[in-house]
Design a protein around this ligand. Sequence first.
Ligand SMILES: C[S@@+](CC[C@H](N)C(=O)[O-])C[C@H]1O[C@@H](n2cnc3c(N)ncnc32)[C@H](O)[C@@H]1O
Length: 273
Amino acid sequence: MELNGISDLEFATIRDFLFQKVGISLTASKKALVCSRLFKRVQALRFESYGAYFDLLKSGKNQAELQMAINLLTTNETYFFREAKHFEMLASIAEKADRSRIFRVWSAACSTGEEVYSIAMTLADMTRTGNAPKWEVRGSDISTRVLESARTGHYSFDRTEDIPADFLKRYCLRGTGPYEGTLLIDRTLREKTEFAQINLIEPLPKLVPFDVIFLRNVLIYFDNPVKLKVVSQLISNLTPEGVLFIGMAETLNGVIEGLVSVGPGAYRLDRRK
Ligand SMILES: C[S@@+](CC[C@H](N)C(=O)[O-])C[C@H]1O[C@@H](n2cnc3c(N)ncnc32)[C@H](O)[C@@H]1O
C-alpha cells in the first residue's frame, strides 16, 4: 500500500498532541523526521494515512501504541561522561557532603543510562579511596525503550570510548564469546542504580530530596513555559544545598528566578530568597 506523507493538518495534530503529552515542541522542519520515525508503525497497523494513526493515538484506546510512538519520537542521543566538567563538579560536591546520610543523585532524562553509570563510576571511585559518603543514583525517562536498555547496563564497545581507562578496568566487564564487542557495567554499580519511568511535565511522584539532579540536554526540546514548569518541579526536590545540572548549551536565563549559577550549566538555590 502506498503511504502518502503527512499533510500540514496531520502534522499540526501530532505536533499539538506530542506537546500536550510530552512537552516537546516540534517545528515544521521536523515533518520529515516524524514521517520516517512513524512509518513502520503506520504500515504495521495497516493504516492508510498518518492521520488515521494519529486518531488512534489521540483516542486513548491504545496506551501501548501511544508509548511506542513516544519511544519513537523522542531523541535519545547520549554518551558516557558527556560534558565531563559536570562529573568533576559532582566529585567535588560529593567530597564535601555530610557523611552521616546518603548522597542522592537523579538523572532526570537519563536515556539509555550512560549518564547514570558515569555518575555511579565517579562516586564509586571516590568510595574506593574513602572520599565519598554512601550514595545512590536514580535514572528516569519518559521512553520505556531507553529505560529497558539502561537497566541492562550492557553496551556496545564502540559506545564506551569516553570512559576513562582506569574506570573501564575497574567498573566494566568485557564481553567474550557471543558477547564479544560489548561491555557490561559491573554488578556492584548496577545494584546501586534504579530506573523508573517519569514524565517530567506531569506532577512528580513523591521523592526523597536529591543532592544533585542532572537535567541535561532535554530542555532544548521544551518552550519557556514548559521549561519553567519542569525546572520548578525538579528544584523543589533538591536539598537546600543541592545542585542542578543542565546541558552546557542550554540556559535558564529569563526562564526562572531563585537560582544562582555555580558553574557552566550548574545552578544552586539562591539562599537569599
Ligand atoms: C537527548 S537525551 C539526553 C540524555 C542525557 N541526559 C544526556 O545529556 O546525555 C533526552 C532525553 O529526554 C527524554 N525526554 C523527553 N521528554 C521527556 C519528558 N517529558 N519527560 C521525561 N523525559 C523526557 C527523552 O526520552 C530522551 O531520552
